[in-house]
Design a protein around this ligand. Structure first.
Ligand code: NAD
Ligand code: LMR
Length: 329
C-alpha cells in the first residue's frame, strides 16, 4: 500500500541546522522508515539560492521516501498543507542588541509564521520551534494561531535532555540507554534545570547512585545548561548536528510515543502543573501517546529543585511579559 506523503515545512532550511536536518528527514529519521515525506523549505529571499543547492543534493541522494521538494520565501505558501512545521530559522543576537531587540526581531518572524500556520497548515499540524529564544518564539507563534489547538506548538529542549543523559551516563559508567526519566525544566537557556532526582539508572534512583552533591551542583547542572555556549566557543558556530538530531528525536517521540517506564523533556504549553503559570511554553517531563504529549504528573519536587525550576520559569514570565509589552502576543 502506498502511503500519502507527510508535508514537512522546514524554516531556515539553508542554515547549518537545516543542512544537518534535511537529509535525515528524507531518509526516514523524522517519522519512521516507512513514511514518505514532501519537504517544503522556507527561507528568506537571500537564503533561497543556497536552499536550491541543498535541494539539488537531496535529489542526488535518490532517497526512496522523498516524494518532493518545494522552496518558498513566503510563509503563507511555505506552510500550506503542512503536517509538521520545524521552525528553525530565527534572528540571531547581533552586536549591541539588547534582549528586547532580539525578542522584537523574532516576533517579526514568528508572529507572521504563526498566522500562516493558522491560515494554511493542515488540520493536524504539529509545530516544533528550534530557533532561539525557542520557548518564547513558540509562544509568539502559538498566540498568533488561535484556530490551532495550543498543544500543537512546542519548543525544543530535547537537545538539553540528550546532553544531560550523556553527562549522567558518562559519570556513572553506564550506557545512555540505561538512563531513564531525566527531566529538563523551564527555559532553553542557561537558567534551565536538568533534574536527576526522579531519573533512574538501571532501575536505581540516579541521585542516590551519584551520592555526589558537589558534582551535581558544580559540574552537571552548569555543564548541561551552558553546553550551547561551550560549543559556540569551541566550534565558532552553534550546535548544528546535535540540534538537528534532537529535533528528529522530538518529533519521532511525539508521533511514535515514549517507551513504557520512561519519559522525555519538551517545551509544551503549561496547564499550571508544578506551579508553572498556565499558557507559558516551558520544559516539563512528558510522555507521548497517540500523537499527544502529556505532562507527567505527581512528582515530588524537593527544595533544591523548586528553587531552580522557579528561577527558570521566572525568566520565561519575564520574556512573556516583554513580548506582551511589545504587542507581539
Ligand atoms: P543559521 O544562521 O546557520 O541558519 C538560520 C537560517 O534561517 C538562515 O539560512 C536564514 O536565512 C534563515 N532565516 C532567517 N530568518 C528566516 C525567516 N524569517 N524565515 C525563514 N528562514 C529564515 O542558524 P542555525 O545554526 O541553523 O540555527 C538556527 C536557530 O536554532 C538559531 O536561532 C539557534 O540559536 C537555534 N538553536 C536552537 C537550539 C535548541 O536546542 N533549541 C539548538 C541549537 C541552535
Ligand atoms: C544550543 O543549545 O546549542 C543553542 O541553543 C545555542 C545557541 O545560542 O544557539
Amino acid at each position: 500500500m502506498t502511503r500519502t506523503p507527510v508535508n514537512v515545512t522546514v524554516t531556515g532550511a539553508a542554515g547549518q541546522i537545516g543542512y544537518a536536518l534535511l537529509f535525515r528527514i528524507a531518509s526516514g529519521h523524522l517519522l519512521g522508515p516507512d513514511v514518505p515525506v514532501k519537504l517544503r523549505l522556507l527561507e528568506i529571499p537571500q537564503g533561497v539560492k543556497a536552499a536550491e543547492g541543498t535541494a539539488m543534493e537531496l535529489d542526488d541522494c535518490a532517497f526512496p521516501l522523498l516524494a518532493g521538494i518545494d522552496i518558498f520565501d513566503d510563509p503563507n505558501q511555505g506552510f500550506a498543507g503542512a503536517n509538521i512545521g520545524l521552525l528553525v530559522g530565527a534572528r540571531p543576537r547581533g552586536p549591541g542588541m539588547e534582549r528586547g531587540d532580539l525578542l522584537a526581531a523574532n516576533g517579526g518572524i514568528f508572529g507572521p509564521q504563526g498566522k500562516a500556520i493558522n491560515d494554511h497548515a493542515a488540520d493536524d499540524v504539529k509545530v516544533l520551534v528550534v530557533g532561539n529564544p525557542a520557548n518564547t518564539n513558540a509562544l509568539i507563534a502559538q498566540r498568533n494561531a488561535p484556530d490551532v489547538p495550543a498543544d500543537r506548538f512546542t519548543a525544543m529542549t530535547r537537545l538539553d535532555h540528550n546532553r544531560a543523559v550523556a553527562q549522567l551516563a558518562k559519570k556513572l559508567g553506564v550506557t545512555v540507554s540505561d538512563v531513564k526519566k531525566l527531566t529538563i525544566w523551564g527555559n532553553h537557556s542557561a537558567t534551565q534545570y536538568p533534574d536527576v532526582f526522579h531519573a533512574e539508572v538501571n532501575g536505581e534512583n540516579a541521585a542516590k547512585a551519584l551520592s555526589d552533591d558537589a558534582w551535581l551542583s558544580d559540574y552537571f547542572i552548569p555543564t548541561v545548561a551552558k553546553r550551547g555556549a561551550a560549543i559556540i566557543d569551541a566550534r565558532g558556530a552553534s550546535s548544528a548536528a546535535s540540534a538537528a538530531n534532537a529535533a528528529l528525536d522530538h518529533v519521532f517521540t511525539w508521533t511514535n510515543g515514549t517507551a513504557d517506564g520512561d519519559w522525555t523533556s519538551a517545551g509544551v504549553v503549561s496547564d499550571g502543573s508544578y506551579g508553572v503559570p498556565a499558557g507559558l511554553i516551558s520544559s516539563f517531563p512528558v510522555t507521548a501517546k497517540d500523537g499527544k504529549f502529556e505532562i507527567v504528573q505527581g512528582l515530588d519536587i524537593n527544595d533544591f529543585s523548586r528553587a531552580r525550576i522557579d528561577a527558570s520559569v521566572n525568566e520565561l514570565v519575564e520574556e512573556r511579559d516583554a513580548v506582551a509589552g511589545l504587542g507581539l502576543i
